[in-house]
Ligand binder design. Structure first.
Ligand code: IVH
Length: 684
């Protein structure tokens, strides 16, 4: 018989095991166990830690979930200043750098060349082998203590097999794809967009609520380490850091001559776009630490390293005007209207200016000649104004005193840069909310796209999404609309009617609660299988749900106590929109014999073949509608989620799959087709 092991021992075992699998997954890209098995380990650990909190270890992977929000960050002085790097833009300047170095050292050094990842520099302190403190670069001398936020980053080791004091420095960054996904989610939630991956990383690290940071897929690369009695060469320091569990960029190379260095830098420029993260150049470092010391530093930067910056994809054009777009939650986003210009293969006539602070920071004026750039995102941005060529006729943009669409009052929440229109009835907001309600991950109402929503709101047939289900009473008016006719009116009404039966999670997402994306909506629907429960639950219970941070909890709580919203919700309920997560199974596998006198629920509840699995659907299936598959998977114990993440168990791909398939491939997630899916459900 197996000896019974103590809970303390098992907690340690699980902690080490999960940390090991984290490394396998996030560092080596080589997982040894399935997401499902991983989730089981985490769950076991969570349960044990709940029972025996005294045994919870400092490097427990469950600490990555984040915790109590802070009021502000503590300021911490760095052990050594975090300096900056001198930039060069040409091979000649690299040769000059090499000459300077040789002159000072009186010999030719070895160089290490590293990609210059465009993120945020941090310092990580380890004591007795445990991650003790993390600090942002700040002004180089002192920064913010952001330990709790950094702890959530999966590729950052919480413990290392090295018990002496150790400081690792490196870059926190966002992958391009994750950044695009984050921004698309933010757009749908009506939040301010990030300008680029670097901005997204900076914004994430500044969040005062680490449970929100935990939801951002941040990454880390170490590029230097300080500890006693270590190797005498930078390259070997990096190798050591890698050995003890830090992620180190795999494109770092050691060279013995400057010609090879230049060649590598120039060649790497072509690889740049293929990398999953943004880099803005290469860093060239003298390898010997003794030589580094000899070379010393200027006030601003060390003399033993230099950055070779890649030219960006930029163009200049004229800024014709700045307009304001009003989003679903009332945010006013300034957009630059440009004289059309070619940039990286497409014609650009608009660029984002993000917010009014950005316009002020850049000091761009209407009429200015401006530099624009396409960064990691597809939306081009205004980089700067060419002030030297101003003729005096340029106009400074002024934020209007009221909403340009409805004349409503504008306001700014404390700590937010976004300016919002206060009027929830603002037609721009109304339109955006209805578009969101009808969108694919929400109620998925076919035919209710941008143009149709605009028309219905302008013709006063809709004042909010609560009016959608009574639109059928206005059939005559609908038919009389331009380009509508009887058939398309009926099709639209049918599509609206059909959406009443969407799963509760889609409905919750459709409501457009600030900070609640489809993922959080799924969590809510799982926890509270009816809307009335969510409407009445107290703030504390909301905050205690894993993955629902305090900001989200507050937002949900406020939403359901807003008079206007209560009114709309009543309309929806009155219209018969499904607000209880009851079984909605529609498509029984064909060979099932219904005379077996089993009701639909019991047929499936016996066989949880998808138990705890997270499944993502993409493309269309031949024999099932989306609703049917979702219903089926739910009945078999699984969960259909909208986006592919490392936690996805598998992707079910039909015909004409979308970008989710690509994402699954890059993440190495199992993909099955309709046939395999069918054999799975029948095999149960
Ligand atoms: S070494 C003296 N190595 O670039 C500074 N920095 O422009 C020592 N960066 O603040 C830093 N990749 O955030 C170093 N491989 C790399 C880097 C790197 C990106 C960033 C870092 C630094 C900034 C300076």
């Amino acid at each position: 018989m197996k000896p019974k092991i103590s809970s303390n021992k098992r907690i340690k075992e699980l902690t080490d095991l999960i940390n090991k699998h984290n490394r396998k997954y996030y560092l080596d890209d080589n997982p040894e166990i399935s997401d499902y098995e991983y989730d089981l380990l985490v769950r076991e650990l969570l349960e044990l830690e709940k029972k025996y909190p005294q045994y919870k270890r400092p490097d427990s992977p469950t600490r990555r979930i984040g915790g109590e929000p802070l009021k502000e960050f503590k300021t911490i002085k760095h052990q050594f200043p975090m300096l900056s790097i001198d930039n060069t833009y040409s091979p000649e300047e690299i040769l000059d750098f090499d000459k300077r170095v040789i002159k000072l050292l009186a010999e030719k050094p070895e160089y290490v060349v590293e990609p210059k990842v465009d993120g945020i520099a941090v310092s990580l302190i380890y004591q007795d082998g445990l991650f003790f403190r993390g600090v942002s670069r700040g002004d180089g001398w002192q920064g913010d203590e952001i330990t709790a936020n950094l702890r959530t980053i999966k590729s950052l080791p919480l413990s290392v097999p090295f018990s002496f004091p150790l400081e690792a420095r490196g870059e926190i960054y966002f992958k391009k794809e994750d950044f695009r996904f984050l921004n698309s989610e933010r757009k749908r939630r009506g939040e301010v967009l990030f300008a680029n991956p670097r901005n997204a990383a900076a914004g994430s690290l500044k969040l005062l609520d680490s449970s929100l940071v935990a939801q951002r897929p941040l990454n880390f690369f170490a590029y230097t380490g300080y500890f006693k009695n270590g190797p005498k060469e930078h390259y070997r320091v990096l190798q050591f850091l890698k050995k003890i569990g830090f992620p180190v960029n795999s494109h770092i190379k050691l060279f013995s001559g400057i010609e090879e260095v230049i060649e590598y830098c120039q060649n790497f420029q072509k690889e740049r776009n293929k990398l999953p993260y943004d880099i803005d150049g290469m860093v060239i470092k003298v390898n010997s630490l003794l030589d580094q010391e000899k070379l010393g530093r200027t006030t601003k930067s060390p003399r033993w390293l230099i950055a070779y910056k890649f030219p960006a994809v930029q163009a200049t054009t004229r800024l014709k005007d700045i307009i304001l777009q009003v989003g679903r939650t009332g945010i006013l986003t300034p957009v630059a209207l440009l004289e059309p210009v070619e940039l990286a293969g497409s014609t650009v006539s608009r660029a984002t200016l993000h917010n009014k602070d950005e316009i002020q920071r850049l000091d761009v004026r209407i009429g200015d000649k401006v530099f624009i750039e396409k960064g990691g995102d597809i939306i081009p941005k205004v980089l700067k104004a060419v002030k030297e060529v101003r003729n005096g006729k340029e106009r400074i943009f002024k934020m209007p005193g009221e909403c340009p669409v409805c004349g409503g009052k504008l306001y700014q929440d404390a700590g937010e840069v976004a300016v919002r229109c206060e009027n929830v009835r603002c037609p721009a907001q109304v339109k955006e909310r209805i578009k969101h309600f009808a969108s694919r991950d929400a109620m998925d109402i076919e035919g209710l796209g941008e143009a149709m929503v605009n028309l219905l709101v302008e013709k006063k047939l809709l004042a909010d999404y609560g009016d959608l289900y009574s639109l059928k009473l206005k059939l005559a008016e609908l038919i009389s609309l331009e380009r509508m006719g009887e058939k398309s009116s009926r099709n639209l009404l049918d599509a609206i009617e059909k959406s009443k039966g969407k799963p509760l999670s889609n409905f919750i997402f459709a409501l457009g609660i600030r900070h609640i994306g489809i993922h959080s909506a799924e969590i809510l629907a799982e926890k509270f299988p009816s809307l009335s429960e969510i409407r009445t639950v107290d703030l504390e219970s909301l905050s205690s749900i894993p993955e629902i941070g305090p900001v989200m909890a507050q937002s949900i709580f406020n939403f359901f106590r807003d008079k206007e919203i209560i009114f709309v919700l009543e309309k929806l309920r009155g219209a018969g929109v499904k607000t209880v997560e009851r079984p909605t199974f529609v498509g029984a596998p064909k060979q099932r014999n219904h005379s077996e006198a089993l009701d639909e629920e019991s047929i499936f509840s016996e066989k949880n073949i998808f138990s705890e699995k997270r499944i993502v659907l993409t493309g269309t299936l031949k024999d099932f509608t989306r609703n049917q598959v979702t219903g089926l998977i739910k009945h078999l114990g699984g969960r259909v989620t909208s986006s592919v993440s490392p936690k996805t168990s598998f992707v079910l791909a039909g015909e004409e799959p979308g970008s989710k398939l690509e994402k699954a491939k890059t993440l190495g997630i199992k993909i099955i087709n309709e046939k395999e899916f069918k054999s799975l459900i029948h095999a149960g």
